[in-house]
Design a binder for this molecule. Sequence first.
Ligand code: GEK
Length: 242
Amino acid sequence: MSSSKDAIYSQPQQVGDFRFDQAVAEVFPDMIQRSVPGYSTIVDSIGQIAGYYQQPDSHYYDLGCSLGAATLAMRRYINAANSQIIAVDNSQAMIERCRLHLDAFKAETPVKVICDDLQNIKIDNAAVVVMNFTLQFIPPAQREVIIQSIYAGLKPGGVLILSEKMRHESNQANELLIDLHHEFKRRNGYSELEISQKRTAIENVMQTDSMEIHQQRLQQAGFSDVVTWFSCYNFSSLVAIK
Ligand code: GEK
């Protein structure tokens, strides 16, 4: 399926809140690749980690799946008997394209694709739950319950793979990480106007937590072991083991 170059914020405009609509879904692979450092590495490693923690007769969740990148990666590495992947997103535009992406590749492991708020999905019998840059779009007050219900739905030895953009506790360090990220975007061809308009659009929609808050929330939910396996600028990914 074709995917286009992201030029959504290239012209001066009245910037509204960012939404995962048709226009974003159309350019999403280009947008995320040019905006998240290490995105391809993260996605492929999610597949590897899922392969490592797979168990027979289990579910694998991709919450906030967008076009299904993490689902495709998991499907490449999972071969345990009687596995099922459940991919969830509440954007109709994303889900339609996700279905086309998944159908374009043949694989053994069945995938159920659901268009719904991830908070309506009961997690059960899970070997692996992936939230690859999704929790940051959920209102902060609802995050604790989500992490608790993921913990409850994981099998013993199961894992949550949680990738997030992080806010650093100290302002000075936070500014450094933001500057490095903006330079990353500039080097990937985004203009000053695109960077600043995107920043305005995302401000109310994406509220980042610090690493300390993520760690605390995971520990309080019961995760005994949490490891940061990827970190670049203000983007990190954790594996939380039940
Ligand atoms: C990837 N994981 O390529 N319920 C379900 N989906 C949601 C909700 C919600 N409440 N809120 C937001 N989303 C993907 C990338 S993008 C990250 C994930 C980014 C969805 C939203 O529609 C979007 O598709 C996704 O979460 C976040 O590995 O764009 O920075």
